[in-house]
Design a protein around this ligand. Structure first.
Ligand code: ZN
Length: 497
């Protein structure tokens, strides 16, 4: 007899709808909310969050899950994945005592204010007392799910289900030993070139060109919007309403253009999921790493390639005829692929980027395992910056205080960026094997074959498979791989070598 999932689906749909409603309020808060309306909005979000907590921890839901687990659906069916995911989500909600959850959310809110003040005064020590408390609370949280020696794994698991620090140690170790020499070689081989920061690119033209690009990628404006925020992001309110945002700097049009491509890569993941997954916990990426692989594949492998700009540079010239009149295609490509060691992670190029992650990973893993103390962070940070990138940050604000992740309690998040880069390179190789003529399609401005391939191989499954299972399906090997990524960097940046 086939298990009846109707009740489970109804209970999960309620949770998904509440999450989506909260996401609408948060999206509005970041885009259009008048500055005087913050208090009311915080109240509304808090009220819905209480409903969400009630629905997600309801004993009826626990009973439904338990009774289905007695006669579970066949493995490799959507029902099986749904039940597994429901169990995972339910345990994450009910195992965390309300006092711990409340303390975490209060402390991170306070730490965020401390972080802003510390940045202003360029003094990390302002953040230390609350950051220490957060580390302690995150250790308590992790201990609910894993033994002492695997506390960091439990934090990783929130973003990258099933990922172990042991595997990351190995994979990141490979990058640590290979990347520095590659960065040296690429910087040495790179020709000097122009940038366009002395020119003005009007906001409306930037926005129109970006809209053209995401339309070419397949972003569906019947089921989404593109708006402006301080920091670009993607959110969805179910699979039929996916919102992306960007920001505009009139002297740096690439920042708008490439952030639109990046966020659109995230959006296509949600828009490409099997509609059957809508309003279930499976209507999500397989992991943050997989999500990031989609945004980065479009941003880096595709939108920084010669093929892509063969199609879109003439179009760009129509929007900015004066500003780009003296810029050759060759100079343009050199400018958007410039490799440069920098203090700031989010400003760094795809070659040096992972060094920023390796450093953060080393530090946060050791923090969670109690091997180092928060007060030592600036010194450790600067030491590792010198080791990985030969740079000493000018001050804490441009060093250890640059990211908001730790004060907001997001330990275990940083590695997902590098996992995304590794997966993007693997997918790019696989796409070339399975889609003959891919580069010619891209050079003709036809992006649908790549999008449809990604939809078929990755998007439609949502979170049906754990990241390791999906890697096994895609690549015949569940382990993370560094070779395709290093190969991609060499081929793109050292073509003559
Ligand atoms: Zn992203």
């Amino acid at each position: 007899m086939k298990p009846d999932l109707t009740t489970l689906k109804q209970q999960l749909a309620e949770i998904a709808d509440l999450k989506a409603a909260i996401a609408v309020l948060e999206w509005d808060q970041q885009t259009f909310l008048p500055s005087g309306s913050e208090k009311g909005r915080a109240r509304q979000i808090a009220a819905l969050s209480r409903h969400l907590h009630r629905a997600a921890t309801a004993s009826e839901l626990g009973k439904t899950i338990e009774s289905l687990e007695k006669y579970p659906p066949e493995p490799d069916t959507i029902g099986f994945a749904l039940l597994r995911s429901a169990r995972r989500q339910y345990d994450r909600w009910v195992r965390v005592p309300e006092t711990l959850a409340a303390e975490l959310s209060a402390t991170t809110a306070e730490a965020y204010t401390d972080w802003l003040r510390a940045r202003e005064q360029r003094n990390f020590q302002i953040l230390v007392p609350r950051l220490e408390k957060i580390v302690d609370l995150k250790r308590q949280y992790a201990a609910l799910f894993a033994p002492e020696e695997r506390l960091y794994d439990a934090l990783l698991d929130d973003y990258e289900p099933g990922q172990s620090a042991a595997e990351l140690d190995m994979v990141f170790g490979e990058l640590r030993s290979r990347l520095p020499a590659l960065i040296d070689a690429i910087i040495a081989a790179q020709k000097s070139g122009s940038d366009f920061s002395d020119r003005t690119f009007p906001a409306t033209a930037q926005m129109q060109f970006s809209r053209d690009l995401v339309t070419a990628m397949g972003f569906d404006f019947q089921h989404g919007r593109l708006d402006l925020t301080e920091h670009p992001f993607t959110t969805d309110f179910g699979l039929d309403d996916v919102r992306i945002t960007t920001h505009i700097d009139e002297h740096d049009f690439l920042s708008c253009v490439l952030s639109c491509v990046h966020e659109c890569g995230h959006a296509l993941y949600s828009l490409g999921m099997d509609p059957e997954l809508n309003r279930t916990p499976l209507a999500d990426g397989a992991s943050l790493g997989f999500h990031e692989s989609q945004s980065r594949l479009w941003e880096n492998q595709v939108a920084r390639s010669g093929a892509f700009w063969r199609a879109f540079l003439p179009h760009l010239h129509r929007y900015f005829p004066g500003q780009l009149a003296d810029v050759s295609a060759r100079d343009f490509l050199a400018a958007i692929n410039r490799v440069q060691r920098s203090e700031i992670r989010i400003e760094s190029d795809e070659v040096t980027y992972n060094c920023h992650i390796l450093l953060r990973y080393d530090i946060e893993r050791d923090l969670i395992h109690g091997r180092i103390h928060c007060s030592d962070l600036p010194e450790l940070w600067n030491e590792k910056m010198r080791e990985y990138l030969h740079i000493t940050p000018a001050n804490d604000t441009r060093g250890v205080l640059q990211d908001v992740h730790w004060p907001t309690g997001a330990f275990g998040y940083f590695p997902t960026y590098t996992i995304g880069n590794l997966l993007a390179a693997q997918l790019w190789e696989l796409a070339h094997r399975e889609l003959p003529g891919l580069d010619d399609f891209i050079a003709a401005g036809t992006l649908s074959p790549l999008r449809e391939w990604l939809r078929d191989r990755v998007h439609r499954h949502g979170a049906r498979y754990l990241p390791g299972e999906l890697r096994q399906r895609l690549f015949g090997d569940a382990r993370l791989q560094t070779e395709p990524f290093l190969r991609y960097l060499s081929e793109r940046y050292l073509p003559e070598a």
